[in-house]
Write a protein that binds this ligand. Structure first.
Ligand SMILES: Cc1cc2nc3c(=O)[nH]c(=O)nc-3n(C[C@H](O)[C@H](O)[C@H](O)COP(=O)(O)OP(=O)(O)OC[C@H]3O[C@@H](n4cnc5c(N)ncnc54)[C@H](O)[C@@H]3O)c2cc1C
Length: 405
């Protein structure tokens, strides 16, 4: 007879898998995933290079998260170094690329990384139940799952909910769980896109020749916040790493009914006087501008599209546009395309150990909570950190505390 307490982990993404890994040696851990495989969003994340964490530490790491402080303790207990050590112990070595982004070594595809993580959770004793969607729970800790064989009821001592957010719903992270929480009197917020593209009305001259091309080494600004890097010209507007850190400010402006104006500096490393000097006696115009300012054809097309003829032919005015071309943003791209979402479970519903205030034996972790962070490995890091932290908190409650400091 197994006397171990039963813990349900609902949601088989990175957050749920980490919690299950942490708890499995000490409890009867049952992982329930509503899809026919775990970690589908994790696999999608791996398509563009699985940026699993970031080498940034301390305050610089904490500062990447909104609201400030919500994950500091989890990130301190299980931060980027601990995550890399953990991955390494699972046979997943990592390397650090540009801007401190950390990836599994190139030989390991995301599917293999996921396979090794799940194998480790299984080897520690957890059971997996696929095609099981949690549809309700109550104060008696009775959990009901919708399964291909009808509804199944499972009683548990504790539960960890890790349902994910609502971006890329085709992966299974569809955000539909909010109704279940609302029925239990738990407040949730509407999901909104984050780390997503923005909509801009490009003139045909930009789209016809330059859709899909990058604007490299630009500095973008919105409402006093700036970000350097690369963005891609899309049929709908712009998307890319340089844009993502500005999305929270853009989202807020849009919510307040404003039309956010994105300023693009195409030459962030040059002062206007240096640029003026470069033109020398060359006649202002396309070929001179391309050559003297080292612009890509797509950058020139965008500046041209945002400049009147008179400005375009006046070197001083052209240089000022080069240093700050204003583009009106109409909207954010939809959740279906976004890398992550904000909204979901309101943070005031959880205690410092990620347990629900109204259901203290149920924890909620990962992207299902209402927080934000830019790309760069910060999203996955926080999900793993919360999984480890909530698991540790639960172990401590059950008296396993000191052995796990
Ligand atoms: C295109 C793309 C690229 C990305 N790239 C990166 C990157 O490079 N670096 C990075 O840090 N982050 C990246 N992310 C974000 C990262 O993948 C997510 O932040 C992370 O997967 C969230 O983990 P999670 O465990 O909280 O939720 P998820 O990974 O979303 O997992 C939640 C799981 O819960 C299941 N579920 C939902 N409801 C129920 C229910 N009622 N019952 C049972 N199961 C349920 C879902 O099917 C899902 O499998 C990317 C995301 C996308 C879409």
């Amino acid at each position: 007879m197994n006397n171990k307490k039963t813990i349900i982990v609902a949601g088989g993404g990175p957050a749920g898998l980490m919690a299950a890994w942490r708890l499995a040696p000490h409890f009867r851990v049952l992982v329930f995933e509503k899809e026919n495989t775990c970690g589908r969003k994790f696999l999608v994340a791996g398509k563009g290079g699985l940026n699993i964490t970031n080498s940034t530490g301390g305050d610089a790491l904490f500062s990447r998260y909104i609201p400030g402080g919500f994950a500091d303790e989890a990130l301190t207990l299980f931060g980027p170094q601990q995550l890399q050590d953990w991955l390494s112990a699972l046979g997943i070595p990592t390397y650090t690329g540009s801007s401190g982004r950390v990836f599994p070594i190139r030989e390991l595809k995301a599917s293999e990384v996921l396979r090794r993580m799940i194998a480790s959770v299984v080897s520690r004793g957890a059971g997996f139940y696929l095609n099981h969607r949690l549809v309700s729970f109550d104060q008696e800790m009775k959990f009901i799952f919708d399964t291909p064989d009808g509804n199944k009821v499972v009683k548990a001592d504790y539960a960890v909910l890790a349902f994910g957010g609502a971006s890329w719903p085709v992966t299974g992270s569809d955000g539909k769980w909010t109704n279940m929480l609302n029925a239990c009197g738990i407040e949730t917020l509407k999901f909104q896109p984050s780390n997503c593209g923005v909509e801009i009305d490009w003139p045909p001259a930009v789209l016809e020749f330059h859709e899909g091309k990058p604007l490299k080494n630009v500095e973008l600004s919105v409402n006093g916040k700036t970000s350097k890097g690369e963005v891609l010209i899309t049929a709908c507007g712009l998307e890319g790493n340089a844009l993502y850190p500005l999305i929270p400010g853009i989202r807020q402006s849009l919510a307040e009914g404003e039309v956010p104006v994105l300023t693009i500096d195409f030459k962030p490393f040059n002062q206007p006087a240096q640029l003026m000097k470069r033109l020398g006696n060359a006649k202002p115009g396309s070929s001179a501008y391309l050559k003297c300012f080292g612009l890509s054809p797509q950058a020139l097309a965008v500046v041209k599209a945002l400049t009147g003829k008179e400005e375009y032919l006046d070197c001083g005015l052209f240089v000022s546009k080069l240093k700050g071309a204003p583009v009106k943003i109409k909207a954010l791209r939809p959740l279906e395309e976004a890398i992550s979402s904000v909204g979901g479970l309101v943070l005031s519903e959880i205690s410092g150990d990620y347990s629900l205030r109204k259901f203290p034996r149920i924890f909620a972790i990962g992207e299902m909570l209402d927080w934000d962070a830019p790309t760069g490995g910060f999203l996955l890091q926080a999900c793993f950190s919360m999984g480890y932290f909530a698991g540790t908190a639960l172990l401590k409650r059950e008296g396993f505390g000191s052995a796990f400091e």
